[in-house]
Design a binder for this molecule. Structure first.
Ligand code: IVH
Length: 672
């Protein structure tokens, strides 16, 4: 038998740390950024592993571990945060009949189970007082949510007044963006060069966060309600309460079945696993709930989930098809990505013909080659993936004939290099390889970088093909006539592009730094670097140590920056950009150093504020010699605590004895 409380070794300690970090990051990407990267299955597997490790080593338990709290979508500006009357929990997941049977075994015998569809949107809690809708709270961190009532009011199926309701009535459900609306929205975003939403759930979540309710209305959200909360309500079963809510006019789905056996549950699952493809909204499983409210109450809750309900997740849809050819794509940074070209197959409502193969190791691990029959899957992500090969061991001639990655760049012929420790092969010819040059230009003009009106990726590609631009500084040498003579362009569009270019000279230095496209220097890192190095000249002479002292800048990024300035061709581009009038330093008012009152202080900002925005406070901290940090640790000098400070941060601060400083106290400190 396993020794339950064995001494922890260094490897396990590291594993716990890594799992916690990965799960926190996955939660953030899912709930805050609406850009998930980890599949639910991987997330659950990691969470289980972490839970096992924590159970075996109670001394490693930490109240801020992701095993103790649900992910949080809090942090939108412009919405009031309100405490939930009852915590908003999530559901335990199951993936097989066996797991469902195991759950049923823990329930009283003869229990009735309600099976419902699991809608894949974001949860909402609606409060009705005297028959009027008064609040609409997102899940938030499960304890408090954002009141998004004004956006919820745009959903016509949600009644705002209901006759006959109890005095206080709370009903919960899911906000969804129908497939059709989702595709329409993404088409529009593609045209505007905006990042696409990976799935309708993320699109719904992004939409609900918008401050402009008219735009929310245009996007066309919809809703299903499935959970009535509170005490002393009419109806002794969940099923009755759902029927009652439907009669009152709430949008309650008809896809609900009262089951008396696991067989009936499995029938419901088998039926909907196929039929759900015809539904106008996304579903990702079914939910099983104990029907009797009295039984629900006696079963109760664990820290994160009810014991009286469980989710069953549908397996990701997958198809077998033939891998015809592996081609190779060269990206902006020279990374060469292998791409699977497949016989077209229908998958989750779309035709799939290509899928990424990531890198050489991925192809080797799955042991796939041209001509193989392969499985393609589409999970929550936008890009389909290959998950395996049909058939077992290879036989005959095929056995030794391993896969080999290309050795030369398919675009420029340069010999590829693979950096020690990296999975990717890269084309080193960054000064002449066309997709790298074009990629850098496209990045420079893109919305989050210089945002040059009239110059999208396509136009830039055309200018490149015509030999008008080769590096980013060439953009500032474009002449009206160069553009106006091109097919499809005229004086008017030339004028618009030139004035867009002119306007880009006002783009502030942090964004210019991001636009330069130094490897791994993303948008937020650029801002942090530009706060510390206030001009290109300061940055050029920064040492590796000075660079790594900046938050988020690790040795690799520091190395990339140093390398960038060692390349003569980059220096030439920078000289020409500066001569053209591009901002290469912070504007006067941004540069002002105010004092050293916060010298040597590491400060964490948490909550919402009355007098300044969080970004303004961050700037104030730096202008007064302090350092910003995102997480509370023993190195934190104090927390600048606004209203509704995060409960986890508060707990952590208390346990480490880190003082909290209010907004007023902080402003007084600066005055002093
Ligand atoms: S019941 C106490 N019923 O799935 C739990 N949830 O993964 C009450 N969801 O947070 C939730 N369809 O946002 C319930 N028919 C359904 C659902 C459903 C979708 C969502 C809900 C929940 C999440 C858990």
């Amino acid at each position: 038998m396993m020794d339950l409380f064995s001494d922890i070794d260094a490897a396990e300690r590291d594993e716990i740390k890594v799992l916690r970090r990965e799960l926190e990051e996955a939660n953030r990407l899912y709930y805050v950024d609406n850009a998930p990267t980890m599949s639910d299955r991987d997330f659950d597997a990691k969470m289980h592993r972490l839970q096992d490790l924590e159970n075996a080593h109670p001394e490693m338990d930490d109240p801020s571990s992701p095993t103790h709290h649900v992910g949080s979508d809090l942090g939108r500006q412009g919405f009031e945060q309100v405490a939930h009357r009852y915590p908003m929990l999530s559901l335990a997941n199951s993936y097989s009949r066996e797991e469902i049977e195991e759950w049923v075994r823990r329930l009283p015998s003869g229990v009735e189970i309600v099976a419902e569809l699991k809608y894949d949107g974001l949860s909402i809690s609606l409060w009705y007082e005297h028959g009027s809708l008064v609040r609409a709270l997102t899940r938030g961190d499960g304890v408090r949510g954002d009141d998004v009532l004004r956006n919820i009011r745009t959903i016509s199926s949600i009644p705002t007044k209901v006759a006959g309701l109890p005095e206080h009535y709370e009903i919960r459900g899911e906000i969804l963006l129908p497939w059709e609306r989702f595709e329409q929205l993404n088409r529009q975003r593609e045209q505007n060069d905006e990042p696409l939403f990976a799935n309708p759930r993320n699109a719904a979540s992004g939409t609900l966060k918008l401050l402009d309710s008219e735009e929310v209305r245009r996007r066309g959200l919809t809703c299903y309600l499935y959970h009535i909360v509170g005490e002393n309500l009419q109806g002794t079963t969940h099923y009755e309460r759902l029927q009652q809510a439907r009669e009152w006019g709430f949008p309650v789905s008809d896809a609900v079945r009262l089951c008396h056996s696991v067989d009936e549950v499995m029938e419901f699952i088998a039926y909907w696993d196929v039929e759900r493809r015809t539904l106008p909204v996304a579903t990702d499983g079914i939910v099983l709930k104990v029907n009797s409210i009295a039984q629900q109450q006696s079963l109760g809750y664990t820290a994160k989930t009810p014991r009286w309900a469980i989710a069953y997740k549908f397996p990701a849809e997958k198809q077998l098809t033939t891998l015809r050819r592996i081609t190779y794509q060269v990206g902006r940074t020279g990374v060469v990505t292998p791409v699977a070209n497949l016989d077209a197959v229908q998958l989750s409502g779309t035709m799939v013909q290509r899928a990424t193969l990531h890198n050489e190791d991925f192809i080797r691990q799955l042991d796939i080659r041209e001509g193989d029959r392969v499985w393609v899957e589409k999970g929550g992500e936008i890009i389909p993936k290959i998950t395996g090969r049909e058939g077992g061991e290879r036989e005959g001639e095929n056995v030794d004939e391993g896969y080999s990655f290309i050795t030369h760049c398919p675009e420029c012929g340069a010999e590829l290099v693979r950096v020690e420790g990296e999975a990717a092969w890269r084309c080193p010819n960054d000064t002449a390889c066309p997709p790298q040059l074009k990629g850098r230009l496209e990045h420079f003009v893109s919305r989050k970088a210089m945002d040059i009106d009239g110059l999208g990726a396509e136009t830039i590609d055309l200018f490149f093909e015509k030999g008008l631009v080769r590096d980013i500084a060439d953009i500032y040498a474009l002449k009206r006539n160069d553009i106006a003579v091109l097919e499809g362009f005229g004086d008017k569009s030339a004028e618009r592009i030139l004035s867009g270019i002119e306007a880009s000279k006002q783009v502030p230095w942090p964004r210019v730094l991001f636009a330069l496209g130094i490897r791994m220097v993303g948008e937020t890192t650029a801002v942090k670097i530009a706060r510390r190095f206030r001009s290109i000249d300061e940055l050029q002479w920064a040492t590796h140590e000075q660079l790594t002292a900046v938050e988020d800048v690790g040795p690799q990024i520091a190395q990339n920056i140093v390398q960038y300035f060692l390349d003569e061709r980059n220096l030439d581009v920078l000289i020409r950009l500066r001569a053209a009038g591009v901002q290469m330093e912070n504007a006067e008012h941004e540069q002002e150093k105010m004092s050293d009152v916060l010298a040597d202080k590491t400060i964490v900002i948490s909550g919402t504020f009355q007098n300044h925005s969080r970004d303004e406070y961050k700037a104030l901290i730096e202008q007064n010699g302090g350092r910003n940090s995102g997480s509370v640790s023993s190195k934190t000098s104090f927390i600048l605590a606004g209203e509704n400070m995060g409960p986890e941060k508060r707990k952590k601060a208390e346990s480490l004895g880190v003082p909290l400083v209010s907004e007023d106290e902080f402003l007084n400190m600066l005055k002093a």
